[in-house]
Design a protein around this ligand. Sequence first.
Ligand SMILES: [Zn+2]
Length: 365
Amino acid sequence: MSFVKDKLVKVLLVMAVLVGIFGCAEDAGRVEAAASHELNYFKYETFTHEGRSWLRLELGIKGGSAEYSTKVKELTPKQLHVILQDTSRGKVKSDISLDRKIAKYLTLRDNGDNSLDVMISLNKPVADQAYKIYFAEPERHGKKPYRMVIEIAEDKLADEYELEQPKESESFENLAGHRIVLDPGHGGSDSGARGHNGLLEKTATLAISQNVASILRSSGAIVTMTRDTDVDVYGPLASDRDELQARVDVGNANPANEIFVSIHCDAFTSPTAHGTSAFYYQSSYRGRLLAEAIHQAIVEETGLASRGARTARFYVIKNSAMPATLIETAFISNYQEEALLGDPDFQHKIAVAICRGISQYFKMR
Ligand SMILES: [Zn+2]
């Protein structure tokens, strides 16, 4: 055994040396062309114009006007992302805190391809704000160089709103008259899991469930919630069994109730764990249909990674008298997903997905 081990060590050493040699050779052979533009100035201010507050960011650009594009990503709707081509960050700081009136911070990131990410984290979604971007000539008196100016208004004016696309309908006609039980996980003395930045599972599950309830009700469904405030359902500091049975009882109290949907956040010791899953009780065929329909809608609409719809023996899905599912929306122990779970826009988005899944279930059933 030790002979094999020695041999293995030698092979690994040779490989390490080879990687080293080739690694160096490649580095020496590559000549990076520097970006033609470099940031050399930064300033920002908040000002009022015609009764509206504006934020103005000025980025000095050595080498004149650079090409740029803007985008807003679906999962980060409050971030205005400007990409400057052929530009490097220069000596301007990469993370800058702003005064929080309109935006919280500015992040500058050099990409490997000589482009520069300029990311502005706003208080409100970019879609709700007006902004403009232009280049300004140097000002000798103000000692300002040639610069890119980004101006963002605190909100849109009525006529600007008219240009917006109408919002996709968030009502599901086939749900009218259906009786649905929602169970926001944890509550009161039981916080559930806690994110690294302090978000509590009971807070996220309640916010998402309230969004689900309001969409279902506006679709004409009859919704019962095991709780709709920050409380224990059985009572403070009850045993897990009593607390969970109390939730099952809320659903089972009315034989006309058709489905039970429990909403939770997942958690794990490693912060890298991420994604969404749905659970059903093994012997429940309809529970499986329900779990799969909701899971699929969440994956499609939120872009969260799928961990599948699987069987489990959780108390509430085992003991509910109707088809039941427990949704682990996302990992509160993952930094990125914790931020999403605490974001009202994302809470609404995942709620719409859950409702779409429920609507799909009633079509298949
Ligand atoms: Zn939970």
